[in-house]
Design a protein around this ligand. Structure first.
Ligand code: FES
Ligand SMILES: [Fe+2]
Length: 370
């Protein structure tokens, strides 16, 4: 795909963040056509276990059926459209709608209907929940609602090889941590994808990470960001304690020991890889300038006080970083809505943003028009 000369090294136009048409096109062309992260493999490990999520607002249930096969079904009842399964849990035999009690087999076929004889026009055989493509990659479960998209195995290029040493599947997964922000989903993604703002925006991160060696490497449908540690002790007590007490999780890969590593999976999932814990962070666009998020934490389960303390300090430091990022995104969201701003130009250190925008340019025709 060729990008017009005058947009070379430039961001998407402001309109891409403020136009309802672009938003609709993104839902259709990006989210409905990509492999979206759903859950950790442990969430659907045993027959009957399910996890619910959404893709572009579409309610989806992922479950392990009684034969061990992974399935992704529409989570919308065919009777009067109620949500069938809630949150996560187990549906050992059938999926039961909480509204009028219709039940579905684990393959989506309608099973039983209360007061069935009262329906004059119900053809039971033809009622089933739509099924979607579902697969596992490196301990993560992904769902794709399009038949045309390439297989999950190749979709993220060499990501599986890069993640393999982390043995994500063997780590314990924490509960969902839900949040929401008044930002277009791309404002948050852009911000995650570059370290150019660290020296000004994140004093704490600047004390911990060697900014000069903070490098984003775009690859197929993902970007890998290395944030190596500084050798110098931080002058902040909390950060210094983290530096001093940090010991990696069991079997944590050696080449990632001295760094915080960030991964963006197209379109809107992030993996933060810390030696002491890993988390996933997923964006759910919920309107042009609203984004819901869900985070999960994974670690090897060490209950030692030292490891718990390290994880807690990490979480505190990164909660601060997050608060700083929210302020930055607040400003950007408003600025993008200004009448005078058209589009920006990107630094070499913003190559992750450029790669993301180029993916959007490919996926959404017309997104680059000012
Ligand atoms: S809406 Fe599900 S049973 Fe009526
Ligand atoms: Fe940031």
């Amino acid at each position: 795909m060729s990008v017009a000369g005058d947009t070379k090294g430039k961001t998407l136009p402001a309109r891409a963040y403020t136009s309802p048409e672009v938003y609709e096109a993104e839902m259709r062309e990006v989210f409905l056509k990509s492999w979206n992260f759903a859950c950790h493999v442990s969430d659907v490990a045993e027959p009957g276990k399910f996890w619910t999520t959404t893709i572009a607002g579409e309610p989806i249930a992922v479950l392990r059926d009684k034969d061990g096969q992974l399935r992704a079904l529409s989570n919308v009842c065919r009777h009067r459209a109620a949500r069938i399964l809630d949150g996560q849990g187990s549906c050992p035999k059938v999926l039961r709608c909480p509204y009028h009690g219709w039940t579905y087999r684990q393959d989506g076929q309608l099973a039983a209907v209360p007061e069935a004889r009262g329906f004059e026009h119900l053809d039971r055989e033809s009622v089933r929940l739509p099924a979607f493509r579902v697969g596992e990659l490196s301990g993560m479960v992904f769902v794709c609602m399009s038949e045309e998209t390439e297989p999950l195995d190749t979709y993220f290029g060499d990501l599986a090889e890069k993640l393999a040493p982390l043995r994500l599947a063997e780590l314990g997964a924490g509960p969902r941590i839900a949040n929401g922000y008044d930002h277009n989903w791309k404002v948050i993604t852009d911000n995650y994808l570059e370290g150019y703002h660290i020296p000004v925006g994140h004093p704490g991160l600047l004390r911990l990470l060697d900014y000069k060696r903070y490098v984003a490497t775009p690859a197929k449908n993902h970007t890998w960001i290395d944030g190596p540690f500084r050798n110098k002790p931080s002058r902040n007590y909390q950060e210094r304690l983290y530096q001093k007490l940090l010991r990696p999780m069991k079997d944590f890969p050696e080449d990632l020991l001295g760094a915080w590593t960030y991964v963006h999976l197209w379109p809107a999932t992030f993996i933060d890889i810390y030696p002491d814990q890993i988390d996933t962070w997923q964006l759910f666009p919920d309107g042009l300038r609203r984004t819901r998020t869900e985070a999960r934490v994974y670690h090897s389960g060490s209950g030692a006080i030292r490891d718990r303390l390290v994880r807690a300090i990490n979480w505190r430091v990164n909660t601060k970083v997050m608060a700083e990022d929210v302020e930055l995104c607040d400003m950007v969201q408003l600025g993008l809505e200004s009448r005078t701003y058209e589009r920006g130009v990107l630094n070499r250190n913003e190559n992750g943003v450029l790669a993301f925008h180029d993916l959007l340019r490919q996926a959404v025709p017309g997104i680059d028009e000012p």
